[in-house]
Design a protein around this ligand. Sequence first.
Ligand SMILES: [Zn+2]
Length: 590
Amino acid sequence: MKKMGFGPKFIAMIQLLYKSPAARIRINNMQTESFELERGTRQGCPLSPLLFNIYIEPLVVSKRQDLRVAGFGVMGKQDRISLYADDIQFFLHQTDSTLPRVIELVNLFCHSSGLEVNWAKTTLLPKDELRGLPDDLINRLSISETMKYLGIVTSAKVQDYLQLNLIPLLQKLRSKIKIWQRILPARADRISIIKMVMLPQVLYVLRNSPISIEDKYFRLIERLINDLLWGRKRVRLKAVYFSMPYKQGGLNLPYFKGYFLASQLCLFDDWENSYFCRKLVKDSGFLDFFTVLESDYLLNWQNHYKPFCRMAMKAWMVIKSWFKVRASLICTPLWHNLKLLNLDDLNCQQYWRNKGINYLSQVVENGQILTLVELKERENVGEVAWYAYFQLRSALFCISDNHSLNIDTPVFLQNLIQNKDDMKVKISHCYRHLMEKIFGDNLSPGQKSWSTSLLGLGPPNWEKVGNSLSQVSHNFNHTVVQFNIMHKIYITPLWLHRRGLAASSGCPRCGDPGADHLHLFWECPTVSKYWKLVLRTLTQRLTIDIPLSPKLWVLGDLSEINCQAMKGRLLTKMIFLARLLIGYDYWIIL
Ligand SMILES: [Zn+2]
């Protein structure tokens, strides 16, 4: 540490911590006697990984500085080594000379540091045929076609990624499903399992994918979720409706495609600062990465950046289609833009660039080209030569017929493009925005069905109904019960009868032959009497006017109630409990 330039005080502090390190092992709340640690760092101490980094640094430095050891070169940059604690990956070129040298370096480091290499766990993943290696080396190292690094299996063929990583993971999860179904009968718990166990594992594999993920893989994931949620029963409601936000009447079940896209969006920020992107932005002459994406520069030009940015491009296109963006975006560039090719022929292009005019949004407003006066005022460009302005204007006129002068960027995308800090927000923030967008006008079957049986139940009512979902109870099981009522998942006599599973479609309480959800929860005379009783009690206790309407009593739509927010929340909970009792009563009779 002294050689690396750490101060004496800091080193003394570390020495004090490690003067006579001792540890105890805890097994089921019992602790063993303490014993002295002779080597290694303390387990679970936040300092340990940092110390280890310092400790392993000489090896890394020696590898980097050794000119005889060439790394993998891509576009003028060399990848030589990647480390995560003691998990080390070397990238080597011309292995006949570099591999023996690296092993020499590693041995030297081990000899002086006391570390040991686990040769049994060391594998060699050749990209091409190996030549000219000494026999004893080949015998000692296992040569394999795949290699696992940080939980991701890599192979020389990039296109095998999903087969090697996602498919085995889904198989592993599938084998666990049976156990989960046995020990977790409630659907609420199964949803929690998906959120806590499946999501992180699957997302890790998806995020690290070097190739784009086709929809068929997302369908495999969805099938797995359906199997877990429904078991052997018939699927009554697709997993995607469980994924809608509460506001739209869903249960916030993870929607994997949405999470994947959100994670790609968050990666944009890393990319912007990456070596490739800086080079790409410089080479293309654009201002930033979004401009590059928006100009179709990568899409149509066969260039060497394509493999690195393909994922970003695809994600950007899908997200734009989700947001139904048809007009130009605020970051649409004026120059080098394949959609505005005639602007590239202008000989005054450099003139405008020098004045800082680079985006379509700078010269256009409400679909109209700015006048020279407006342009001067807004962009502060100083004196402008007339000929340059007219050239620009006539070039823009040529494209103005097909709405391409309209600029429309949805707020969320605009924030993403303009406010780079916003991109650091975590995946869940992006995910929430995306989800609200894609389910914006997507009606669930339950909503359609209730809208036909209860006249006048429009989208504003449904939003109230959706909001009640998260308010009915702190118990997630109850939320799921309300969800089941909203989406008509409970089985009624009418449903059974129609499928030939019950002799009669009669109501178990009054014998009415049309026992559907509306009848069981509202129209049945017995239930009607019960609701009137509940209404009388609640009106007296809460001292508010409560209308006797099925929208409120069956679905929890509070839009006709005018009262304090607190009383509203209380009312939602009380009515839900009353509703729950009808449900229990019905199930007991059935
Ligand atoms: Zn009845």
